[in-house]
Design a protein around this ligand. Structure first.
Ligand code: NAD
Ligand code: TDX
Length: 333
């Protein structure tokens, strides 16, 4: 059965991968609502069938536009966000506007129209884990965000829960770990280092590089979100992860080796203030309740395919590279 799905932030990294995934795996009709900030890219939606995918350029804070698009949809999947921690440390304001007010605007619209809503969030709402703490995050871990980015994501999650409880909005939430794959902006760790190597520049590791992230391929994130939309229980939160814990130094050395460079050909740069130590997801609930499994858990293979994608798609990333590195130069990273 074909649904009308509104995907906010569908021109960004994970949103565009979700749109490609929906087109390939369902009969759904998709409308993308995206402001095309520096992080949105029309090229990420190239090649999709025009009879199934409509792209609307607009702001999720625009209540009139959001109301009209929600009225025409059966399901809203909300990816749009300011998503980069380093930017949030420099200027938090857009994070408050988009992540809090934008989410609020969508919630009010789905409340008015009785529309099914899925909220995309991050494991960063839980703060971090100490290196010597063997625990992983679960749906019961208390919220304890560290950065303006993660604080605004935590705030929007809490709005969703309040709109479910107080107004009966039909919403589900998911909190996913670090994604990698094609079409990720070059400001983020893995694409920054791959494109540095492709440009003949040295990769940049924050601090000692011992911080741990729990990597998942963007397509596994998409399959989990689709499963939650189709079978998730209203009002519930599901953690999404693929048991992919690695420290940053190990990931960088794997990139360098896969690209034929010496594993130590990188620079240590000033650490990120408040840098979260370790993220780790326990996705037992999603696996046991909804029967979801990741399909792309071979990180080295996924990394090689991601490197190949950046090699083959220089026209996609090249226009963003100089401005991104200029911003990092200002931040001293
Ligand atoms: P991204 O920065 O690549 O893309 C964000 C998209 O949202 C862009 O296309 C941008 O133009 C759009 N956007 C920003 N402000 C908007 C506004 N006001 N109105 C409409 N569109 C707007 O981000 P991403 O990495 O793809 O993250 C997508 C979502 O997934 C976010 O909600 C993020 O918190 C969440 N998430 C990301 C990760 C990760 O590893 N990247 C992990 C877990 C959760
Ligand atoms: O040049 C770099 N060098 C470096 O060592 C960059 C850009 C990052 N890092 C480190 C910082 C982090 O420990 O790599 C790790 C990953 O950094 P990011 O790609 O900026 O991701 P992170 O801060 O972990 O947040 C990501 O995952 C959770 C996404 O950007 C968020 O949107 C998501 O919520």
């Amino acid at each position: 059965m074909s649904r009308r799905v509104l995907v906010t932030g569908g021109a960004g990294f994970i949103g565009s991968n979700f749109v490609h995934y929906l087109v390939a795996h369902t009969d759904d009709m998709v409308t993308v609502l995206d402001k095309f900030t520096y992080a949105g890219n029309e090229a990420s939606l190239a090649g999709l069938p025009v009879e199934r995918v409509t792209v609307v350029r607009g702001d999720i804070c625009d209540a009139g536009l959001v109301d009209r698009l929600v009225a025409e949809s059966d399901v809203v999947v909300h990816y749009a966000a300011e998503s980069h921690n380093d930017n949030s440390l420099h200027d938090p304001h857009p994070f408050l506007d988009t992540n809090i007010i934008g989410s609020y605007t969508l919630l009010e619209a789905v409340r008015r129209h009785g529309t099914r809503y899925h909220h995309i969030s991050t494991d960063e709402v839980y703060g971090d884990l100490a290196f010597d703490n063997p625990e992983r995050f679960t749906e019961h871990t208390p919220y304890n965000p560290s950065s303006p980015y993660s604080a605004t994501k935590a705030g929007s999650d809490l709005l969703v829960r309040a709109w479910v409880r107080s107004f009966g909005v039909e919403a589900t939430l998911s909190n996913c770990s670090n994604n990698y794959g094609p079409r990720q902006h070059v400001e983020k760790f893995i694409p920054r280092q791959i494109t540095n190597v492709l440009c003949g520049d040295r990769p940049k590791l924050y601090g000692a590089g011992t911080n741990v992230r729990d990597w998942i391929h963007a397509d596994d994130h998409s399959s989990a979100v689709l499963r939650i939309i189709e079978r998730g229980r209203i009002g519930e939160t599901y953690l999404i992860g693929a048991d992919g814990e690695r420290n940053n130094r190990a990931v960088l050395e794997a990139i360098l080796t896969a690209m034929g460079e010496p594993a130590d050909a990188y620079d240590h740069v000033t650490d990120r203030p408040g840098h979260d130590l370790r993220y780790a997801i326990d996705s037992t609930k999603l696996r046991e309740e909804l029967g979801w499994r990741p399909a792309l858990q071979d990180f080295d293979r996924g990394l090689q395919r991601t490197i190949d994608w950046y090699r083959a798609n220089e026209a996609w990333w090249r226009p963003q590279k100089a401005a991104t590195e200029a911003r990092y130069l200002e931040l001293g990273r």
